[in-house]
Design a protein around this ligand. Sequence first.
Ligand code: ADP
Length: 257
Amino acid sequence: MGENRRPLLGIESLRKSFGKVEVLKGIDMAVHKGEVVSVIGPSGSGKTTLLRCVNFLEIYERGSIRIDGQEVGYRDGDNRQRRGETDLARMRAETGMVFQSFNLFPHLTAVQNVMLGLVKVRRKPKQEAREIAEHWLKRVGLGHRIDSLPAELSGGQQQRVGIARAVAMEPKILLLDEITSALDPELVTEVLDVVRQLAEDGMTMLMVTHEIAFARDASDRIVFMDDGRVSAEGPPGELMAQAGSNERLDAFLSRFR
Ligand code: ADP
């Protein structure tokens, strides 16, 4: 145990460019089992790209990403055919991702949205998948809306379905990408409350967020990214204290003071 134990998610020297523009300039990051790590930083600093690399949505050029010691993500030059689609879906499910834009299937009800991956990827029988889906929808406070279509739900409710869908797959780590950014302010709290509950239950999470107060309250550590690099990191109190000696961090945080 201790600081040297293998992290659940280990990112080393990760580099990624779009064309000639390098947006991740050598990222090192570790998330240990049960930890909640928030990534904050100015727009364009590479936060979303980082999560997308972990979840196989972007190809990176250099470095490594490991979950439980197993390489994930696509490095440039990998033979992508090596991983069949189902295999890929299964590995992706290790890293449940919740997106800013919900990404629910509009023609499926809440419970059907949550069941889909359980049936198709986890190969659960339909009845069992339904039970699991209902369990998680209740956990996010939507036991009464399981048969609603996304269009019949508020943004906050849709996002809670998105969270239920991700956690129902029992991912080793949950990746949350600015999941409250598209919500009206009055709907933010209900979604953050669900995240807080998951954190208290021991879910390992890496979340990109603009909710600085929430990051401070709910995270074990905060990582400040700036211009494709990790510029500062530490437990919330320590990170905030570093603003005194880190101008960019100070400028960033001053917007929220
Ligand atoms: P953040 O999440 O911190 O706002 P992003 O990871 O979204 O930052 O973006 C980092 C940089 O990469 C930005 O300059 C953005 O314009 C650029 N970028 C992101 N996605 C693409 C893409 N698909 N093609 C080209 N450039 C991109």
